[in-house]
Design a protein around this ligand. Structure first.
Ligand SMILES: [Zn+2]
Length: 100
């Protein structure tokens, strides 16, 4: 049985380690080769790398898990700025201060 090709799920798991540069040289080569041949994994890799780059730019010295939360927060902020702060909650005539 030929088992020289990596499993996609395994590759995607290793991509996170790979991006953090915590993978040994041999594994790096395997991942890179797989990314060359596998579109979905390459897509996942690009996505993770984009997130990583975004995080690295804003706060390079935090723990990975905190970074992830910051990125999610950042994404939410971007989402808000894209769709405007004037959401459906603005037209609240119910709790407007009725000053006499
Ligand atoms: Zn794959």
């Amino acid at each position: 049985m030929s088992h020289d090709k990596k499993d996609c799920s395994e590759v995607i798991h290793q991509i996170l380690v790979f991006i953090d540069n915590e993978l040994d040289q041999a594994s790096c080569g395997e991942i890179q080769q797989h990314l060359d041949e596998c579109g979905p994994c390459l897509k996942e890799y690009n996505l993770e790398r984009t997130v990583k780059a975004l995080v690295a730019r804003s706060c390079p010295e935090q723990a990975p898990q905190e970074l992830r939360e910051k990125v999610l927060l950042r994404i939410r902020e971007v989402h808000v700025s894209l769709y405007g702060s004037a959401g459906p909650e603005v037209g609240g005539h119910l709790d407007s201060p009725s000053a006499p």
